[in-house]
Design a protein around this ligand. Structure first.
Ligand SMILES: Cc1cc2nc3c(=O)[nH]c(=O)nc-3n(C[C@H](O)[C@H](O)[C@H](O)COP(=O)(O)OP(=O)(O)OC[C@H]3O[C@@H](n4cnc5c(N)ncnc54)[C@H](O)[C@@H]3O)c2cc1C
Length: 510
């Protein structure tokens, strides 16, 4: 991408707006502000990996594109493994691009509870529309593959609501490599959509540049300090003097960075997520789940609190699932062409925290504790996903519980309905993080005002998943983008910005 550049020596830069982080939030902000004629500089900790260099192996993708090589966890009993991208385009480069809006009643409840101005299904409609257009949100391309069809058939056989999932894709050929950084560019991630659009409008983007320190003067961020890697792996100091900062480092790193600088009020205190438990299904026939994109339907009968769906499948992801308990599950590996991976996900009511790791600068220490109702939801969800898979013809369903031999009979799926899941043996994960810097006017709950402006600082706006007040119960990228478009527009609407924008438009016209 032209406009991306590497630093080869120490640099001292200035800009109208600095955007920290290039994921769903950062890209939406950069596209909006460059279109308005502002001088925008974006810095991204991770590398730029073009589609043609997308790693063929998932393990290489973990190293190149995933934070922490894919090994990140919220500590707790049990720990919850979480995942984030760390590359140009952020987590959108490794996600499945499922596009969903937060249900209207959930948005309305947040507007009331947090006192968020201009918020709710009507107020967000134009921003969701812009997000949908940016990523070309559209129905799945056919054929969707047997892993999808089985989930649909199982849900429908039980009379449950099954919903097709829209995805952000264009000419997706179903390489099933969404987690590798899409090798064809069919997935409409930020590096395929809004980032090139912003670069065409003058965005400067420095990849492999990590922000490490903010320097404040008179209630403003005066200087941002970081370091960037050159083509030989050498790091050089980067000093940036922005007029305005948009912090879009994601639901973990935004609060970690702010807290490391003493900004604590409602920051990193109520991390929300979707606790998720997986289950593998073995079918009597070959389904070749690896040959198609991620399952493109979800069982939505039990939403908003519990959703059942399918996970990315490849021999390696199946191998990782088995390796959680190789002693019990190894014998299933030869059946990988007959297998699919599915999940039950709950809209977590528990809370977590993000703190800077003592002595490690802005590196985060993440904790999470499930609420009792989350455990009930997971037990119910696991039971229902097992029943659906048997109804679809599975002969064996193996829940992600250490030492569990798997079920051969649907009648066994309610095993945990009375006593709950075994806490110490349940392997939980999440790919959806939120709530670590919520917006709104109820100061006792919120970190920023209704439009992401951090209270107490004049020139810092948060625009990423940390602004989604709570776990939405659906895939969050669309909401991250909608809120980021909205925050960027609110910033542009400030009187002095509007005047400058008009002047720039006038110059364009001449
Ligand atoms: C495997 C997986 C699958 C998913 N599937 C879906 C899906 O199908 N649909 C959906 O809606 N959501 C999905 N999600 C979630 C979705 O991708 C995220 O909610 C969304 O991308 C979050 O956007 P963000 O802008 O908050 O953060 P990110 O997209 O994570 O971007 C933050 C960026 O900031 C950078 N950064 C952090 N700290 C610094 C620093 N100090 N200096 C410079 N840069 C920094 C990071 O490297 C990162 O690139 C998935 C997530 C995962 C992990």
């Amino acid at each position: 991408m032209s406009g991306t550049y590497r630093i080869a020596q120490p640099v001292d830069l200035s800009c109208d707006v600095l955007v920290v982080g290039s994921g769903a939030g950062g890209a939406a902000v950069a596209a909006t502000l460059t279109r308005a004629g502002l001088d925008v500089l974006m810095v991204e900790e991770g590398p730029y990996v073009p589609a043609e260099r997308a790693p063929a192996q998932l393990t290489t993708a973990f190293r190149r594109l995933w934070r922490g090589g894919g090994l990140t966890a919220a500590l707790g009993a049990p720990p919850v493994a979480y995942a984030e991208g760390r590359c140009v385009g952020g987590t959108t480069e490794i996600n499945s691009a499922i596009f969903q809006q937060t249900p209207p009643e959930v948005l309305q409840a947040w507007a009331r509870q947090y006192g968020i101005a201009d918020f709710g299904p009507e107020a967000l409609r134009p921003y969701y529309a812009r997000a949908a257009q940016a990523v070309h949100a559209s129905p799945p391309s056919e054929p969707v593959g047997a892993a999808t069809e089985r989930l649909r058939a199982g849900g429908e056989a039980l009379g449950w609501r099954v919903t097709a999932l829209e995805r952000g894709h264009r000419n997706c050929v179903g390489t099933n490599m969404c987690a590798h950084g899409c090798p064809t560019g069919g997935k409409q991630s930020m590096s395929a959509t809004l980032i090139p659009a912003a670069l065409a409008k003058g965005l400067r983007l420095i990849a492999e540049c990590r922000v490490e320190r903010l320097v404040f003067r008179r209630r403003r961020v005066a200087t941002v300090l970081g370091s960037a890697r050159d083509g030989h792996g050498m790091r050089h100091p980067v000093r940036i003097r922005p007029r305005q900062v948009f912090l879009c480092a994601g639901a973990i790193h935004t609060p970690a960075l702010l807290r490391a600088h003493g900004w604590r009020r409602n920051i990193g205190t109520a991390l929300r997520l979707h606790p998720t438990i997986k289950a593998a299904a073995i079918f009597p026939d070959t389904i070749d789940a690896h040959a198609f994109a991620v399952p493109q339907v979800a069982i939505t009968e039990f939403m908003p609190d519990v959703r059942l769906g399918g996970s990315l499948f490849s021999p390696s992801t199946f191998g990782m699932f088995l390796a959680e308990d190789w002693g019990t599950r190894a014998a299933l590996m030869p059946a990988w062409r007959n297998a699919g991976l599915y999940y039950a996900m709950v809209r977590g009511q528990g809370r977590g925290s993000v703190r800077p790791l003592p002595g490690r600068g802005t590196e985060p220490l993440v904790r999470y504790r499930l609420a009792p109702v989350d455990w009930q939801g997971l037990a119910l969800g696991l039971e229902r996903v097992g029943q659906a898979l048997f109804a679809a013809g599975a002969t064996r369903v193996v829940p992600s519980i250490g030492g569990h031999p798997g079920w051969n009979d649907p009648a066994r799926c309610d095993e945990f309905s009375a006593g709950g899941l075994p806490v110490g043996r349940s392997n939980l994960m999440t790919i959806h993080l939120a709530g670590s810097a919520p917006p709104g006017e109820v100061e006792a709950l919120c970190a920023t005002d209704s439009f992401g402006r951090l209270r107490g600082l004049e020139n810092l706006i948060v625009a990423d998943a940390s602004q989604i007040p709570e776990a939405p119960g659906v895939n969050p990228q669309a909401t991250v983008m909608a809120l980021a478009f909205r925050a960027a527009e609110a910033y542009l609407a400030q009187p002095e910005r509007a005047r400058r924008q008009r002047a720039l438009a006038e110059i364009d016209r001449r």
